[in-house]
Design a protein around this ligand. Structure first.
Ligand code: 1HE
Length: 261
């Protein structure tokens, strides 16, 4: 990476991407979001799945409020050009990029930190994690795609409650509102996320791409268009590995599906 604000490590097929501003609780300033985008692109080029986590006490305290305050200073120069939507662009490269991303979260997952976690495809929370949208208390609004992405996950009533009352959700409560899919003991989120990412990496990459890129778009379509889109994708030419996978099942060589305990 061009900075040390984000760490990057490739372990087999899985890229580990870590927010690395622990002294500022991984508050997201422009440089960190830019470095995150670079890490995501690198992972998309060389990994089959990625894990996104935060170094230090928390996953992320959200938008860097000091950076925003400096921008709101009445004496700050008006930007010469309208800034590009760095957050939207970067978070979309996670949500609709080349590979599935599992977020491993702990401690604060708030504001833009929650918007970032929501851009991942699966969230693993350890028991220290708490989720919130304190924008109302800070006099600002969601700006990292949360109005679309978080609202789609938890629905308007829950999001309105979180934003209006400042309600925080624990890791276990987060599962009930679908913000998290797994809860693990403190300190175990990254290990669980890596285990999931390794499983994901074994799938057909073509199917993974459809799950991360086609399915979410269907949410934006009518019933009829959704079914048509499904037909286009299920009938599309498949990579040679699909036939190998089918044959492996038919030859009784595939790992059997087991009833959960
Ligand atoms: C920060 C930030 C930040 C911490 N921007 N500097 N986000 C929030 O409203 C959450 C604000 N942060 C907190 O509520 C707390 O910091 C935490 C609960 C996350 C962690 O508490 P704690 O006791 O572990 O840490 P701390 O002592 O509060 O913070 C440590 C340092 O990080 C301190 O700086 P220092 O120089 O005094 O050591 C804090 O100022 C700094 N810090 N959070 C800047 N967010 C695109 S729209 C998205 C809109 C939003 O994200 S709104 C939500 C913003």
């Amino acid at each position: 990476m061009s900075t040390d604000l984000v760490t990057y490590e490739l372990k087999g097929d899985v890229a580990l991407i870590g927010l690395n501003r622990p002294d500022k609780r991984n508050a997201l300033n422009e440089a960190t979001v830019t470095a995150l985008g670079e890490a995501i692109d690198k992972a998309g080029d060389e990994a089959a799945a990625a894990v996104l986590f935060g170094h230090g006490k928390v996953f992320s305290a959200g938008l860097d409020l000091a950076e925003l305050a400096a921008r709101l200073d009445p004496d700050a120069p008006f930007p010469r050009r309208r800034p590009r939507q760095l957050w939207h662009e970067t978070f979309d490269r996670i949500a609709r990029g080349y590979i599935p991303v599992v977020a491993a979260v702990h401690g604060a997952v708030v504001g833009g930190g929650l918007e970032l976690a929501a851009a991942a495809h699966i969230r693993v929370a350890d028991e220290t994690a708490f989720f919130g949208l304190p924008e109302g208390q800070r006099g600002i609004f969601v700006g990292g795609g949360g109005s679309v992405r978080v609202q789609r996950i938890i629905g308007y009533p829950t999001m309105a409650d979180m934003m209006l009352t400042g309600r925080l959700y624990s890791a276990r409560e987060a599962v009930e509102i679908r913000l998290a899919q797994y809860v693990v003991p403190p300190g175990e989120a990254v290990a669980k996320a890596v285990e999931l990412a390794q499983k994901i990496a074994k799938n057909s990459q073509n199917t993974n791409w459809m799950i991360t890129n086609v399915l979410p778009r269907m949410n934006d379509m009518s019933h009829d268009d959704g079914l048509f889109m499904e037909h286009l994708n299920s009938a599309a030419k498949k990579p040679p590995s699909s036939l190998e996978r089918l044959t492996s099942f038919l030859d009784k060589k595939a790992e059997p599906l087991k009833q959960p305990e």
